[in-house]
Structures are given as C-alpha cells and as structure tokens.
Design a binder for this molecule. Structure first.
Ligand code: FDA
Length: 539
C-alpha cells in the first residue's frame, strides 16, 4: 500500500471488478429503508424500540441530548430522518447495508461534541447512528490497558481507571462529556500531552464495522486502516465500536495551580516569556494559558485582559517549585498557590468541578451548553508583544464579551513522535496550539453572524503570527471555514486537499489511499470526510 502512488491506485481500482457493485443511485426512500431494516432484523424484536422517527415522542429529546453546540440545535438545523440507538454490535451492519441500498447517509455520533455538528447534521437525507448505549469501559490494571466502547465519555474512562488504580491514568481531553468515538479518532489531547502524547498515540487496538458490515479488529483491518482511524477522523472509514488503550503511569500525587494576571499585572510580558519556555519545561509540567476579557476601570479603560496560567504537574510541590523558580520566576509561584491531589481529582479540577465529586465524571451532560464557533492555529515562532497587543484590541470589541483563547504548549513527548506516526501531523516545530473560541447566549442567537465574523476577523489578524503553507488546524476543533467537500460528496482530491493538508499535512495523501481501499464508493462521507479517488472519478 505504501508503495502505491495516487494515480496507480486510481488505475487499480477502476479495473477492479469487485467495485462493480455500487451503492444505490436513486433518491433515498425512507419507507424502503425501514422495510429493509425490518427484513434484516426480523428476528430482533427489541430493535424497533431503538429506532426513533420524528413522530416518536422521544425523538427530539434523544436528538438534543448530545448536541453540544446550540448553533446546530435551532429549528432551521436539518434534522435526521431517524435516529437509531443500537444496543448490540450485530444491529449495526444491517443499518449500514440498508442505508447503502437506499441512498441514505449515516452520521455516527458518540459524544456529539463535533464543533460543526457533523455527527448529527447533514444537508442530505440522513440518519443518526447514536452510540450512546455503547458506553462500557473495562480496565485491566495489571496489564495497564482498557477497552472502551465508542459511546463512553472521557469522564467515565477516567472514573473507571481511578476505580481500579491510583497510579494509572490516560492522556486525553479536558472535558469529561466528550465521547471517545470522535475524540480518539481525531487525536485527542489534554493535560498530559507533553508527557505521553495524544490519546490516539496510546491506542493499541480497535474494533470497527467497515462499509461491508464486517467487524474488524487491528489484525483483520490491517495496519493502514488502523493507522488512519487514529487521528484521521473515524467518520470517513466506518463505525468504530471500541478502542483498546494503553494506560499510563501517574504519581499518587500531582500538583495543580492557576495563576491569573491582568494587563496591569504584566500579563503581556508574562505571556510573551511563556511562549519561549512552556514547550521546553520538564515533560511533567503542562502549563496552558487561557486569555479572556474582564471588566476594569483602570487607566480609563472599561476592560482589561486576563491571562490564566493553568497547570498540571505530574509530581509534588517540592519538585515543582524549584523548576518554576528556575524557568519562570516572573510568574511568582509560591507554595500557597499549589494544591496536591490525586490524578483523578486533577481531571475534576481542570473540568471546573469540586475535586471530591468523582461521580460527576459519569454525567453525560455539560453544566452549560452554549452557542459557539471555534478555530485553531499552531504557533511556531513567539508572537512579539506588539502582536499580542493587537489581539487585546480585538478583545475590546463588543462580540468578544465571552471569547476565550486557549494556548496549549507542545514540546516534550509531542516532539519525539514522528509526524507520520499517526495522521495527526502537528509535532516537532510547534511551540503551542491556539484554540480561538467565541461564545454567545440564547438571547443573541439572532446575531450569530456577528460573533462568527468577529472570530474570522481575529483569525485574519493572526495570519502573520501562525503556521503557514499550510496554515495548520486540528481536526478535533472542526472548522468548516477552512474548506469543505461538495454537498453531494463527489469531491476531487485537489478540492479536499484545501482543508485536508491543513489538518493532516503530508499524511493526507496516505489517508486518501486508505480511504480509496476501505470505502471506494465513498459511502461514509461528510463535509470534511477523506475523499475516495474512485468515487470522484465516477462522479
Ligand atoms: P461526535 O459524536 O460529535 O463525533 C465527532 C466526529 O467523529 C463526527 O464526525 C462523528 O461522525 C465522528 N464519530 C463519532 N463517533 C464515531 C464512531 N464511533 N465511529 C466513527 N466516527 C465517529 N478536544 C481535545 O482534543 N481536547 C480537549 O480538551 C477538548 N475539549 C473539548 C471541550 C468541549 C466542550 C467540546 C465541545 C469539544 C472539545 N474537544 C476537545 C473537541 C473534541 O475532541 C472533538 O469534538 C471530538 O471529535 C468529539 O468527539 P465526540 O465523540 O464527542 O463527538
């Protein structure tokens, strides 16, 4: 596979007789689909309880339950023809088969956190395959591994690990309600990325249902497909059922602190310095920065900017203080700023919960779900102070009332893993990643465009200071502004390359090759799915 170039692959596929079988080319028929499903699952009497049409009284609550961005929960948002919440793996292949036969799209949803709602929104007739019932986590503390089903949340994974061991953890995201189905298949980073890399770097096996309805594991899917689903976005390749992950060692006590400084307290200078050192800290130290606007009446201004230095240290206070004193004395960290706790408590701390309320990690609902738009950037050279001051000016605009920039340092383990190890390519050479976020409230829903245009202005402003050619982006911070496929799915390689190289750099070509073999007819598609070379040729 590795030795095939793109044009050789096109030729191979065009002459392959096995590809004569094509997906339905007629308009989708809802009744035919249901009839097909009924036939396929006629011995499974309970399955009908897991199928929700818009006439079902639970349809709206099931749909809304996992919507994590209210921008895609409005009356005008396209809705699925039906939602299916399977209970067993064997129920999924018939759904794939009947959807293919009847020309319906499938959107697979695990936790529903996709920033552009791609797991539950489509312009074409579609159904949502909601894996909420696939939420089992099985930890083997002795082997330091766990199997986690796709619909499980990060919170439930962290909880289960902690129930089995005080000295094991897993390096994934900060928000406990995220589903592992989408998160691991897009990379997945959190407070331990400098020590252990991404969640996807620590996946050692997986179970997936392919476009032919076959259930495959690492051995049977082969290393190319196994490579692709660890960072290339699962939605292009099939329905991922579960992941096997390598758990990582954590000390019995870790240390956390958050130090907030305003402009009047030298936030600009501190942030400027942070850019030079945060990626070089000891691997045990992760110090991100959250930037936001605050009310102020100093210096005749209504606002100031606050930089919060928010840290996890995989060790005790006594080891942390000298490190900070040597590398970042300007921050003025003292013992009283620090708290020692267990790793599981630190996951609660970073999620903004009381640290002794571990059961909250099992809750699938976020305390507040809002309207938002996000974008991402990678910074490879420190932004000069005057560049930072330009960001502050944008923060003083009206739409930035609830805007946040989250700067997460790389370095450490991220520098050691080769860029082609998995599809996620953003490794050595990046100082930090920025997540640009703007939120707004229900009352402002009519003005969504003004908030979106604010974040686009910010993104334009950032251009000189961030990665170029391509201007890199993180697929788990999905952003349809950076390029999309055609609505009918027939997207050429050059068109998809516009967004594909931003997310995946040179790994995009290998993803296209894997896709062309795994799903040549491009059944699994969305606005930013990997194109199949055969499907674009045929269309
Ligand atoms: P969702 O179900 O929406 O799926 C996302 C994508 O994956 C969709 O395209 C979907 O079709 C596909 N997919 C889902 N399950 C699949 C399956 N089983 N098989 C095949 N395809 C599947 N990221 C991060 O790295 N670190 C962080 O700390 C955070 N924090 C964070 C906080 C909040 C509040 C949000 C809303 C998001 C984040 N994220 C994040 C981003 C998050 O990692 C990203 O949105 C993930 O894709 C979410 O996975 P879900 O399964 O929840 O989403």
């Amino acid at each position: 596979m590795k030795f095939l170039n793109i044009s050789a692959l096109i030729l191979l596929l065009i002459f392959s007789t096995s590809l004569a079988v094509s997906a339905a080319e007629h308009d989708p028929d809802f009744d035919d689909f249901l009839e097909c499903l009924g036939d396929e699952l006629k011995n499974d009497t309970s399955f009908s309880d897991d199928v929700y049409t818009p006439n079902n009284s639970s349809y709206t609550s099931i749909l809304r339950f996992s919507i994590q961005n209210l921008r895609f929960g409005t009356p005008s948002t396209p809705k699925p023809w039906l939602i299916i919440t399977p209970q067993q793996e064997s129920q999924i292949p018939p759904v794939i088969y009947c959807a293919k036969e009847n020309g319906m799209e499938i959107r697979t949803r695990s936790g529903g956190h996709d920033y552009e709602g791609l797991s539950y929104v489509s312009k074409l007739p579609f159904l949502v395959l909601d894996l909420i019932n696939f939420s089992q986590v099985t930890v083997d503390a002795e082997a330091k591994t766990a199997w986690v089903q796709s619909g499980a949340t990060l919170g439930s994974l962290y909880y289960s690990i902690a129930e089995n061991s005080q000295t094991l953890g897993f390096p994934a995201g900060v928000c406990p309600t995220i589903g592992v189905g989408g998160h691991f298949s897009g990379g997945g980073y959190g407070t331990m990325l400098r020590k252990y890399g991404l969640a996807a770097d620590n996946v050692i096996d997986a179970r997936i249902i392919d476009v032919n309805g076959k259930i495959l594991n690492r051995e049977t899917m082969g290393e190319d497909l196994f490579w692709a689903i660890r960072g290339g976005g699962g939605a292009s390749f099939g329905v991922i059922l579960a992941w096997k992950v390598q758990l990582v060692d954590v000390p019995e006590h870790v240390t956390v602190f958050t130090i907030a400084r305003t402009l009047e307290q030298n936030a600009t200078q501190l942030l400027h310095k942070w850019q030079y050192i945060a990626h070089q800290f000891d691997k045990d130290l992760f110090m991100r920065v959250l930037l936001s606007r605050m009310n102020s009446n100093q210096d005749g201004r209504n606002y100031t900017i606050q930089a919060s230095f928010n840290s996890l240290f995989l060790g005790g206070i006594d080891r942390l203080l000298p490190i900070m004193q040597e590398s970042f004395p300007e921050l003025g960290l003292v013992r009283e700023d620090c708290t020692e706790m267990s790793w599981i408590q630190s996951t609660l701390y970073f999620a903004g919960f009381p640290i002794d309320s571990r059961e909250i990690l099992l809750n699938r609902t976020q305390p507040s779900v809002r309207y938002f738009k996000a974008k991402s950037d990678y910074v490879q050279n420190p932004i000069p102070e005057y560049g930072l001051e330009g960001i502050w000016r944008l923060f003083y605009e009206a739409e930035a009332n609830e805007a946040v920039l989250i700067l997460s340092p790389y370095g450490g383990r991220m520098d050691e893993i080769p860029a082609s190890s998995i599809p996620f390519p953003h490794r050595a050479g990046n100082l930090y990643k920025i997540q640009h976020l703007v939120y707004w409230e229900e009352a402002e829903a009519q003005n969504s465009d003004s908030y979106i245009s604010w974040i686009r202005r910010l993104y334009s402003y950032m251009a000189p200071y961030v990665s170029k050619l391509p201007r890199a982006a993180y697929i788990n911070y999905r952003d349809l502004d950076i390029g999309v496929n055609n609505d009918n799915g027939a997207t050429s390689y050059p068109q998809a390359s516009i967004w594909g190289f931003k997310y995946f750099k040179n790994n995009f070509d290998r993803l296209v090759r894997v896709k062309t073999i795994a799903d040549p007819e491009n059944f699994f598609k969305n606005d930013q799915s990997i194109p199949s070379l055969l499907s674009q040729w045929k269309n």
